[in-house]
Write a protein that binds this ligand. Structure first.
Ligand code: GAR
Length: 197
């Protein structure tokens, strides 16, 4: 049976769109949950006929109250896998232990974790950066790595030009990793993720 997927996202939603556009993932996106009411990803989900809802961080004073509401919304959709597709908030250990959760990140982790990976890579002057898809653990951007692909930095790159090339890779890597999860082909052994044949 196909897996049930829930996507969490905060913004533009191009990675979520890359998942909506595939019908060979071995799973279906049951819902998209945003933490920002204006997130364009909500419109993309509606256009794709996918349930879209917002658990607005700004509507809750307390972080733990917001996360409790998020957990309730996600639990109600009974996911087999949660996917962070440009979700710009940190989730508690309790959340990430409850559901297997994948994240896509625009650097070759463990280099440049955090919310400004593209700017940080340019500021550091690296010649090579890339994309990582990893399982989420409590420590930010530190979970077992499923897939990585390198992207060269050009001398005249701006954060925008580099991020556009990284996103083109993300749009391939994230669906590929989700497809492997849905096919039960990912085996996590400590920090190592083995891809079963
Ligand atoms: C993506 O590049 C994703 O890797 C990044 O946000 C972007 C969202 O784009 N995520 C992070 O930086 C998480 N730390 P999108 O909204 O067009 O999918």
């Amino acid at each position: 049976m196909g897996k049930r997927l829930v996507v969490l996202a905060s913004g533009h939603g191009s990675n979520a769109q890359a998942l909506f556009d595939r019908d060979d993932l071995g799973g279906d996106v049951a819902a998209v949950v945003a933490d920002v009411a204006e997130a364009r990803v909500l419109h993309r989900a509606e256009a794709a006929g996918i349930e879209a809802l917002c658990v607005d961080r700004h509507a809750y004073g307390d972080r733990s109250e917001w996360e409790a509401a998020l957990v309730e919304a996600v639990a109600h959709r009974t996911p087999d896998l949660v996917i962070l597709a440009g979700f710009m908030r940190i989730l508690s250990g309790a959340f990430v232990r409850r559901w297997p959760t994948l994240n896509v990140h625009p650097s070759l982790l463990p280099s440049f974790p955090g919310a400004h990976a593209v700017e940080d890579a340019l500021a550091h002057g690296v010649k090579l950066t890339g994309v990582t898809v990893h399982f989420v653990v409590e420590e930010v951007d530190a979970g077992p790595i499923v897939m990585q692909e390198a992207v060269g930095v050009e001398p005249d790159d701006t954060p925008e030009t580099l991020h556009n090339r990284l996103k083109a890779v993300e749009h391939r890597l994230l669906p590929a990793a989700v497809g492997l999860f849905c096919a039960d082909r990912l085996d996590v052994v400590g920090r190592n993720v083995r891809i079963k044949p």
